[in-house]
Design a protein around this ligand. Sequence first.
Ligand code: FES
Length: 165
Amino acid sequence: MSGSNELSRRDFIKVTTGIVGGLIGAVIGLPAVYYLIDPALREGGKDAWIPIGKFDDMQIGVPYPFSFTRVQVNGWERTASSFGGYAVRKSDSPDDLLVLNSRCTHLACTVNWSAEADGFLCPCHDAKFDIAGEVVDGPPPRALDVYEEHRITEDGIVEIFFKEG
Ligand code: FES
């Protein structure tokens, strides 16, 4: 009688230890497995709203520069890419905002605003774009690209919608 009681007590302890051990293993092990596998499964960078500055800091008629970096994850490889542009306020209206991409449409150098020249100048092949992004001079085949979708948050922050690729 006492022998069978001892046996069942031992079995009970074994089973209980097994269950507790299994639970601890699951709690500790799952996040570790997820951590190891996660980068390989994660997709590349995602489309997102990117804050570029305060609307009130953007003066009418003075291009406001901004830049941001996106990290793309492809398996174990991480690639950081930089992007930038200028927000151009044309009037008091929040709707009257043009957000230009600062990548030259010729061979992708970065253009810079020059108040003196009253235009965006590309240092690579001396191109010039006007404040609306239209080509004034040089080899670019078309106007500067535009970040079409933008919005102003309740806090007055201008955000652009960035599409990957
Ligand atoms: S890259 Fe800008 S003019 Fe050639």
